[in-house]
Design a protein around this ligand. Structure first.
Ligand code: ATP
Ligand code: MG
Length: 421
């Protein structure tokens, strides 16, 4: 099958010295991949004319599409535009629509527009202008010797807007792009090597145009099946059939057969019940609440959280019995259960999560080493507690605890639902 490949060149000294992490090329690569354009290379170059030209020449020899980001601003260090003019033999001309748009932006801000800003509307006469609704520097689309060259601003928010609104719709119209279909599911509770062992025979039956990808992150693994061909109608039944098989293989760890994060899954489970959640967080310090409240719409299900870090807060705010703390310690089944009860009652929530653990690097003991975490989940009628052992650094232990706790709650609700049927 004919395929079109692409290269991405990101421009800026700040990328080379590690001051800015190049997130632009990851975003662009993902978007290109989704529409069947294969990426052959990503490279970063400094704000140097010769370097930019050399990269352009090299990539244009080997790729059908070259996408550049950065250096389009109005300051002296932004040299991409003059360099592109030289490379494509262009003359700068004032682009009326862009000039009007820049004037409008400044009028709205109540600021005078300077000549430096208006110069952003001087654009090469031999490119298609790609409108930038989020900023003053438009993108540019050139074609030379059958190669498409697209220049975009470095500011990620602006680059993304132009990619979505202008670049991708144009690229999708190119002839010869394959159809690419993805099916993604989320698992939790097993590492990728355990899953890979389980999937050995499944992987051996996959035809060559279907690939299985493991996408692990904290406490969870996404599995993605990707099929490539020339017609969606031909690919879909086969892919759906294999995806069903995959779901059966990983049933014990399956969270959802969709590309969703765990916190979103919890939100949907609770929304469907019309139920609310509250958290009592010691060792996670509010991180679970952060995950939940990062999602739009979380106000429907989330009541709030008590970050009960100190023991006296556990007892004064969550009514954990002082004797429980003295006898069993803060990191114990008894304490997290009382924390859970306290937060469900105080915040009038239907479900709750409570966490208490030793995140490290200090504070461990032979009985309770660093990474020991107790989590309780449940509702006013019943609750369950579980001990987890994590063995990483502080930040990872916190993230793993949060994911483990959310999955624990999900399993708790699932089991109760099954029992009641
Ligand atoms: P501006 O008009 O704002 O000057 P520009 O096209 O000149 O836009 P740059 O000056 O290269 O863009 O970068 C603007 C901002 O975007 C900087 O904060 C820079 O760190 C960031 N940035 C540039 N390139 C990337 C990249 N590849 N990934 C993530 N951020 C980037
Ligand atoms: Mg700039």
């Amino acid at each position: 099958m004919p395929s079109i490949n692409a290269s991405i060149i990101t421009i800026g000294d700040e990328l080379l010295i590690g001051q800015t992490i190049d997130t632009n090329s990851a975003f662009i690569a993902k978007k290109l991949n989704e529409i069947g354009i294969w990426l052959r290379r990503r490279l970063a170059v400094g704000d140097l004319k010769n370097e930019i030209i050399a990269a352009l020449e090299e990539e244009s020899r080997n790729a059908g599409i070259v996408i550049i980001t950065g250096g389009l601003g109005p300051t002296a260090d932004d040299i991409t535009k003059p360099v592109l003019c030289e490379y494509f033999g262009s003359t700068l001309v004032r682009h009326k629509e862009t000039e009007t748009f820049i004037n409008e932006i400044f009028t709205r801000l109540g600021r005078p527009v300077g000549e430096r800003n208006l110069k952003q509307a001087d654009l090469p006469d031999n490119c298609q202008v790609l409108f930038n609704k989020r900023g003053t520097a438009p993108g540019m689309w050139f074609e030379k010797n059958g190669v498409i060259c697209i220049s975009l601003p470095g500011v990620p928010h602006e680059m993304k807007g132009i990619m979505e609104d202008e670049v991708l719709p144009r690229l999708k119209k190119l002839q010869g792009l394959p159809v690419i279909l993805h099916r993604t599911l989320l698992t939790a509770g097993a590492g990728e090597s355990v899953i890979a062992d389980k999937l050995e025979s499944f992987e051996s039956i996959l035809p060559s145009h279907i690939k299985l990808a493991y996408l692990p992150s904290y406490g969870q693994v996404k599995l993605r099946l990707t099929s490539q061909g020339s017609s969606a109608q031909a690919l879909e039944p086969e892919l759906d059939d294999l995806f069903d098989k995959l779901k059966t293989e990983v049933a014990e760890w399956l969270v959802i057969d969709d590309d969703l994060p765990m916190e979103k899954v919890i939100m949907e489970v609770l929304s469907a019940k019309g139920a609310t959640l509250a958290t009592a967080e010691s060792c996670t310090g509010g991180y679970i609440s952060h995950l939940i409240t990062s999602m739009p719409g979380s106000s429907k299900i989330f009541k709030g959280s008590v970050v009960a870090y100190a023991n006296d807060v556990k007892s004064s705010v969550l009514q954990v019995d002082k004797n429980t703390l003295d006898k069993y310690g803060a990191v114990s089944e008894q304490t997290v259960k009382e924390m859970l009860q306290g937060v469900i009652q105080n915040l009038s929530a239907d479900y709750g999560i409570a966490t208490s653990g030793i995140m490290g690097p200090d504070g461990g003991s032979p009985e309770k080493p660093v990474g020991t975490v107790w989590v309780a989940v449940g509702n006013i009628e019943s609750m369950e507690a579980k001990k987890f052992h994590y063995r990483f650094d502080r930040q990872r232990n916190i993230e793993l605890t949060a994911l483990g706790a959310l999955d624990f709650l999900r399993r708790f609700i699932l089991k109760k639902d099954q029992d009641s049927h």
